[in-house]
Design a protein. Structure first.
Length: 202
């Protein structure tokens, strides 16, 4: 794997603001200090859950997290509202050494919110997500991240059952339907990548 410094340089070359932290607790503290008195949307993420960011940011912000809909709300109604929040937090399923961010989605709310509609988007990514190039990154997204996410969600798919690879299935409960490849930062939105030198999420 390339030195983290080279990955940071590649992300910056691709238009992203980048902050690097050796520990997840440091990244959490940074975000808690930076994000206050805002509406904050969350994309489904094992990384964000692992860091406890929902609870931490809820102390001084209004959180809209489709995985935790409020009274009278559903996943989809909350996801729609989260598209219009001041900022949006998510992780990535994969990151290439040349700074390309890749995400795979079933509902589409996470990849849609990552590219349009917010004043700022924050990616929180562990260095375990880094792969050599785009081809390898897509392989990781489909064959490592997706089966683990499917198993976590307890969906009835071959990858969830066997946990070894993508079967490109036709299951009605398939969670991987849309693949978003961010070659560069999208022009319409300010985007910051929080890179953490710890294994986070899948």
């Amino acid at each position: 794997m390339a030195a983290v410094e080279n990955v940071i340089k590649a992300l910056e070359k691709n238009g992203y603001e980048v902050k690097f932290f050796s520990k997840g607790t440091e990244a959490v503290q940074y975000l808690v200090e930076k994000i206050q008195n805002q509406t904050v949307g969350f994309g489904g993420s094992g990384t964000l859950a692992q860091l406890g960011l929902h609870e931490k940011l809820a102390e001084k912000n209004v959180i809209l997290d489709a995985d935790y809909p409020g009274p009278g709300e559903t996943f989809r109604s909350t996801a729609r509202k989260s598209i219009q929040t001041d900022c949006y937090l998510l992780s990535a399923n994969g990151l290439s050494e040349d700074g390309i961010i890749v995400n795979l989605d079933g509902e589409g709310n996470r990849i849609a919110s990552s590219v349009y509609g917010h004043k700022k988007v924050y990616y929180v990514i562990g260095t375990n997500k880094i792969e050599k190039d785009l081809e390898r990154t897509i392989w990781r997204v489909r064959n490592v991240a997706a089966p683990k996410n499917a198993a976590l969600l307890k969906v009835k798919t071959p990858c969830a059952k066997k946990g070894d690879r993508c079967y490109d299935c036709d299951s009605p409960e398939r969670i991987c339907k849309g693949l978003l490849i961010n070659l560069k930062k999208i022009d319409s939105t300010e985007v910051e990548v929080i890179l953490v030198d710890e294994p986070l999420g899948f």
